[in-house]
Design a binder for this molecule. Structure first.
Ligand SMILES: C[S@@+](CC[C@H](N)C(=O)[O-])C[C@H]1O[C@@H](n2cnc3c(N)ncnc32)[C@H](O)[C@@H]1O
Length: 190
């Protein structure tokens, strides 16, 4: 699958059948007026419903290193009729963003931790942009063979993810249900 096909697959209607972004957002206490970062946002599967959930008084920082993905994100925002003025898009590496320090109530990263070569640098950035008491949400593929998604050998087990997140200075608060093929961890900076 090339990157274009991959971007389309991330927004495919079938994905919503096994991973509903609104149901996930309902589990992470999103409120009107909040500031939320979606790191490695891709074409915006979570950005659009997050922007709706925080409303006009809130802000979503959407970060991705791929111009192609961000192009799909812009079209996705337009198509959805979402107020795009409360979404700030940054093209950058997730470990070095332009998001202001201590600005985010929630930092979400989905389907990316397993792919990062330097997770400790990434988690330093996550902590830099988090407000005191911010919620940090990691969603990633379970290491089970479900017939689609990333190959098993590049997936990261929930146990390994918990170890990396703990080493990065985060404390597990609770788990959420992001659908049958993923685990979801809610963490805080102690
Ligand atoms: C598997 S997709 C997930 C997209 C989105 N989070 C979702 O769940 O629909 C991974 C995304 O991470 C982006 N990405 C990969 N490595 C990155 C990095 N180091 N910095 C920023 N973005 C990155 C890719 O361009 C891609 O859009």
């Amino acid at each position: 699958m090339n990157e274009d096909e991959f971007a389309k697959s991330l927004l495919a209607h079938e994905r919503r059948e096994w991973q509903n972004p609104e149901k996930i957002i309902a589990q992470i206490d999103v409120k009107k007026g909040m500031v939320i970062a979606d790191l490695a946002c891709g074409p915006g599967f979570f950005v659009v419903p997050l922007a709706r959930a925080v409303g006009e008084s809130g802000r979503v920082y959407a970060v991705d290193s791929s111009e192609l993905m961000l192009g799909y994100l812009r079209s996705n925002l337009e198509r959805s009729g979402t107020q795009s003025q409360n979404v700030t898009i940054y093209k950058s590496d997730v470990s070095q963003t332009n998001i202001p320090s201590a600005s985010c109530d929630i930092v979400l990263f989905a389907n990316i931790l397993h792919d990062l070569d330097y997770p400790s640098e990434f988690l330093t950035e996550v902590k830099r942009i988090s407000k005191l008491n911010a919620l940090i949400v990691d969603i990633d593929w379970k290491d089970i063979d479900n017939g689609f998604g990333p190959p098993l050998d590049i997936r990261m087990s929930e146990t390994k993810a918990q170890g990396i997140l703990k080493k990065g200075g985060l404390v597990l608060v609770r788990s959420i249900d992001p659908g049958p093929y993923h685990y979801g961890l809610v963490l805080k900076v102690p």
